[in-house]
Design a protein around this ligand. Structure first.
Ligand code: SF4
Length: 71
């Protein structure tokens, strides 16, 4: 399982980083560190079982529904 973040929809609210700080790391500007690597959509690498649970929790809590799980 992987996840994808639509960076055009994400409003940098940071809820995901409270839920899963090791997966949704914020940079010094308080924005998702993925923004340095990706424009538009960030696609994650394959997740471990533990990280999958955390990413699913973050996806369900994202106020913008910007995180999508993908098999
Ligand atoms: S919780 Fe959603 S809107 Fe907030 S930073 Fe994470 S992906 Fe972006």
């Amino acid at each position: 399982m992987r996840f994808a973040v639509d960076l055009d929809v994400c409003q940098n609210i940071g809820q995901c980083s409270f839920t899963a700080p090791d997966i949704f790391e914020l940079d010094d500007d308080g924005k998702l560190a993925f923004r340095r690597q990706a424009a538009g959509v960030y696609d994650s690498p394959e997740l471990s079982a533990d990280d999958e649970e955390l990413a699913e929790a973050a996806a369900s809590l994202c106020p913008m529904q910007a995180i999508r799980m993908a098999g």
